[in-house]
Design a protein around this ligand. Structure first.
Ligand code: AMP
Ligand code: GLY
Length: 422
């Protein structure tokens, strides 16, 4: 089998690394990939958002299955594009079609879906330009802080948490007036939930699902969870509070009704679902759905899959996921992300990365890197993450930190407290 993986981050490197270990996979292509993915596959210079380009490389390289990493091509309809083109109709796309990807692509759709299927989530109301006059009176019914979400994809910037009512009202109106373009034509305002966040993942063929390992992500740039939000500075799996009792609630109240709800609404979901949950005094609530795996969560979730991940991918493609085997490594996996100085604000690119060969006990997943002759240089904010296994969170983390100490580039920054709260 020849696979094409779309995307260029740590998630896609982790997918490439794992799928390259499958006996059933002959060749892996990644578009566009990074310096890490080119170690286990062949990078192709194509933009996942340009579906015609994707079609061309699929045909040229005799691709059998396409795995979509990021959300944007899914929300824009890459799966539907394949189904509507006779040349590529029979090539399975792992990732939901446009209708199913609304779980991530429209916060308003996701909230309506959650309420329709009685899935625990924060109470909310949606507004558009026509109903904007009601924003203030709805905000007044809530206790601060106020949670404000642009309906569509806004490059991770569409969620605002604001303490003052005046400020919150101003923000809602500024979003409705175009601050995030089309993504802000509707705004969801919801109740703030206080608790600890958890990322839960499944893979589904539209009928059944397999539960993948859960993870905890550390989103803030600063130690002690302070400072600006980032794409994610590190992750840990398993998560101690996600014990059997808690995960049973997650299955019964959240995952099962989601998968059944999609089927009832004739939405055939084929791919990964990422449940962004919050644990409020032992009760799970859905904060958001994503139509993909998480990053950096993938860098700990995928390394905990002991069995062949391609089996699950093929199970989705062939609609027989139920029959496929999933074995999970009992050990802890941790990952620590090294980022460019200045991130998540402005940062420089093109810094030479050294010391990658010093890493022997961990796996380095590249995120924002590229090859420059025989050198590897930085090409993004999140540069690479170092994943390790251990019999405890502590053991895995000290391995990640030890191995990360060999890696250098100008301006390197990483949090030294990943897992501090566990
Ligand atoms: P999202 O971009 O949807 O992942 O949201 C960004 C972050 O906002 C989440 O990871 C949470 O930390 C926070 N958040 C979103 N909704 C809520 C809520 N209802 N209550 C508390 N925090 C929230
Ligand atoms: N780490 C959070 C995400 O992938 O959205």
């Amino acid at each position: 089998m020849n696979l094409l993986i779309l995307g260029s981050g740590g998630r896609e490197h982790a997918l490439t690394w794992k799928l390259a270990q499958s006996k059933k996979v002959s060749r892996i292509f990644i578009a566009p990939g990074n310096a890490g993915t080119s170690e286990s596959g062949t990078n192709l210079n194509a933009d996942p958002g340009n579906f015609q380009d994707v079609k061309n490389i699929v045909l040229k390289n005799k691709i059998d299955i396409v795995v979509v990493g990021p959300e944007a091509p899914l929300v824009e309809g890459i799966h539907d594009f394949f189904l509507s083109d006779p040349d590529i109709r029979n090539i399975p796309v792992i990732g939901p079609d446009k209708s199913a990807a609304r779980l991530e692509g429209s916060k308003d759709f996701a909230k309506e879906f959650l309420i329709r299927h009685n899935i625990p989530t924060a109470s909310y109301r949606s507004f558009n330009k026509e109903t904007a006059a009601g924003v203030r009176s709805y905000l007044s019914t809530l206790n601060p802080p106020y949670v404000i979400k642009a309906d569509g994809l806004a490059a991770g910037k569409g969620v605002l948490i604001i303490d003052s009512l005046d400020e919150a009202e101003k923000e809602v109106l500024s979003i409705l007036n175009g601050k995030f373009g089309k993504a802000g034509e509707k705004v969801v305002i919801e109740q703030f939930l206080k608790g600890i966040e958890l990322s839960v993942f499944i893979i589904t063929d539209g009928h059944t699902y397999k539960l993948l390992p859960e993870a905890k992500d550390y989103k803030r740039i600063g130690e002690g969870d302070k400072g600006l939000n980032t794409g994610g500075m590190g992750a840990v799996s398993p998560v101690p509070f996600a014990d059997d009792v808690f995960m049973e609630k997650v299955r019964k109240r959240i995952i099962d009704p989601t998968v059944e709800g999609l089927a009832k609404e004739n939405i055939t979901y084929k791919g990964f679902i990422f449940f962004g949950l919050i644990n409020v005094s032992g009760e799970p609530f859905v904060i958001e759905y994503n139509a993909r795996l998480g990053d950096p969560e993938s860098e700990v979730v995928i390394p905990r899959i002991k069995s062949d991940l391609f089996e699950l991918i093929e199970g989705v493609a062939e609609g027989d996921l139920q029959k496929r085997i999933l074995e999970i490594d009992e050990r802890y996996a941790t990952t620590v992300m090294a980022v460019s100085g200045g991130y998540p604000g402005d940062y420089e690119k093109g810094k030479v990365i050294t010391g990658l060969n010093g890493v022997t006990e961990s796996v380095v997943f590249h995120a924002g890197t590229k090859s420059d002759g025989d050198k590897v240089v930085t090409s993004g904010g999140r540069v690479l993450s170092v994943t390790s296994w251990g019999n405890s969170v502590k053991e895995a983390l000290s391995r990640s930190y030890y191995n990360l100490s060999f890696i250098k580039f100008d301006g390197i920054y990483f949090r030294r407290d990943i897992g501090f709260d566990l």
